[in-house]
Structures are given as structure tokens and as C-alpha cells.
Write a protein that binds this ligand. Structure first.
Ligand SMILES: C[S@@+](CC[C@H](N)C(=O)[O-])C[C@H]1O[C@@H](n2cnc3c(N)ncnc32)[C@H](O)[C@@H]1O
Length: 262
């Protein structure tokens, strides 16, 4: 046997783990709103999990964040992506259902996961999140919420899927303190709650750890989240300025592009 043959990986060996920078480059063409810093948070939280852990993503769109989660996850860690691809609640100002758009998202999602080599690592549940609670058995170790951003569905995702997060598990929420609906849902369910400690945010992605909070902790937790409200007000003002086509004024607030702050 030659040295080359001896050092070649056998088919039984697991494939080498991809690098974050390569995965980030590979999702650059996949439409979506996840920033590189947010991708890094998903990556870091997913890559520390060991089997038989479970990752659940609510809201996958065309696969940008699902590819990062699935690429980071160790073999044996289950990755579940829940998205009805119904063409509703797709992104900023795209609330009303356009089923053909949803079908296009679904096809792009499948093709993008295939191209990234993670199609067999992700179990897609094509249902609205509130009708998919029975699709995942047992506790969830990492829950990423980025589905419908209106108040009621965002609140229900935090409440009902949040209940499924294991002690010590992590909850990440996109468009926190940016979307009005998501922010109100956070205020209603997480500001004064006793189960999720606020860890911080990178732009609009917030992180919480599931643990039991005593009364003093709950006060500190509410204050830590309330400290984000000025940033929320800034984002709402920027959105109003963009809608009013007053982008130069938005730039004075430090907002450089014409997309919704996210
Ligand atoms: C902002 S996009 C998700 C972006 C994705 N996380 C990414 O990084 O590319 C929102 C997605 O939520 C999905 N969605 C809408 N209503 C939903 C629901 N009730 N349950 C789960 N997903 C939903 C939409 O189909 C859409 O694909």
C-alpha cells in the first residue's frame, strides 16, 4: 500500500468538519436576512452540541440559516427546520400569502440545502410552527425563532416552543428589538418571565439561556432587556424614514443601506 493510499480517508471515516468561513461564503448567494455576525452566533451555539441533542429552527425561508446550523452540528445532532413555505410572513412587508412565492421558496430551500451538502442533515417540517409541535419529540437544546414576525405568532412561538427548550438550552430570536411584533412578543413573554435569562444580542439576534430565575434575577433580566428599547426606537424611526423615502435622514442615525434594520 502506498503512503498516499494509507493516508487517504477511508469511506468509513466521518467527513472533516467544514470551516465557518467556508460555510459563510457558501451561503452568500442564498437570499435571507441573516448577517455574518448572526451566522457566527448560530454556528457557535450549534457546534457545541453533542448527540442526542436537537436543534429546531422556526422559519427557514431559502435555507440561509438552516445551512449554517446543519453545517455546524455534529453528526447525530438532529436539525429540524419548520417552515410551511406558504408564501406568507416571508420578510419585511411580505405578510399576505402568495402561494406561488412560497412554492418558489420551497424549491430554492431544497436546492440550496442540496448544493451545500446538508440536505440529508435537515428534517424539513412543512407546516406552520404552531401545527408542528408534535413533529419533534423530547426537549430542544437550541431553538432559533425566525418565523412569522407578527405579535401573536411570535408570542406563541416563544411561549409554546420555548416551553420545549431543555434546562440549559439556548433560545435565539431574530428581529428582536427591530420588528414591532417580535419585540412586543418578547416584552410579553420574556421581560418578566422566570425561565429565560437574557444573554445579549448581535444586531437583532437575541440569545437567552433556559434556567430558573429567582425574583431578583427576574428584575435584573427585565432591566437588561429594557436597556435595548432605545435601539428598538431607533430601528422603528429608521423604518419610518425608509418608508417616507427619507434615507439621508436615516443615514444620520447610522443606517447605511436601504433595507430594514435587522
Ligand atoms: C424571515 S424568513 C426566515 C429567514 C431564515 N431564517 C434565513 O435566515 O434565511 C421567515 C420565514 O418564516 C416562514 N413562516 C411564516 N409563517 C410561519 C409559521 N407559522 N411557522 C413557521 N414558519 C413560518 C416564512 O415562510 C419564511 O420563510
Amino acid at each position: 500500500m502506498s503512503n498516499d493510499a494509507a493516508s487517504a480517508p477511508s469511506s468509513a471515516e466521518p467527513a472533516p468538519r467544514p470551516r465557518f468561513s467556508d460555510v459563510l461564503a457558501s451561503v452568500a448567494h442564498v437570499e435571507g436576512w441573516m448577517t455574518p455576525a448572526q451566522a457566527r452566533w448560530l454556528w457557535d451555539r450549534a457546534s457545541v452540541l453533542r448527540p442526542p441533542a436537537t436543534i429546531v429552527e422556526i422559519g427557514s425561508y431559502r435555507g440561509r440559516s438552516a445551512i449554517v446550523l446543519a453545517s455546524a452540528a455534529s453528526p447525530g445532532v438532529e436539525v429540524v427546520a419548520i417552515d410551511p413555505h406558504g408564501g406568507n410572513d416571508r420578510g419585511p412587508q411580505q405578510i399576505k400569502a402568495v402561494p406561488e412565492e412560497g412554492q418558489r421558496d420551497h424549491e430554492a430551500f431544497c436546492a440550496n440545502l442540496e448544493a451545500a451538502g446538508v440536505a440529508d442533515r435537515v428534517r424539513h417540517v412543512r407546516r406552520p410552527s404552531q401545527e408542528a409541535l408534535d413533529a419533534v419529540e423530547g426537549p430542544v437544546d437550541l431553538l432559533y425563532i425566525d418565523g412569522a414576525h407578527r405579535y401573536a405568532p411570535a408570542r406563541d412561538d416563544i411561549a409554546r416552543w420555548g416551553d420545549r427548550v431543555a434546562d440549559g438550552g439556548i433560545l435565539l430570536i431574530h428581529d428582536s428589538f427591530s420588528s414591532v411584533g417580535v419585540t412586543l412578543a418578547i416584552v410579553a413573554r420574556l421581560f418578566f418571565g422566570s425561565r429565560f435569562r437574557y444573554l445579549g444580542r448581535t444586531t437583532s439576534m437575541t440569545a437567552y439561556r433556559c434556567e430558573r430565575l429567582d425574583l431578583a434575577d427576574r428584575g435584573r433580566n427585565a432591566l437588561a432587556q429594557a436597556a435595548e428599547l432605545p435601539w428598538f426606537v431607533r430601528n422603528v424611526v429608521i423604518k419610518a424614514l425608509i418608508l417616507a423615502k427619507l434615507d439621508p435622514v436615516a443615514r444620520l442615525l447610522g443606517h447605511r443601506d436601504q433595507v430594514w434594520p435587522h
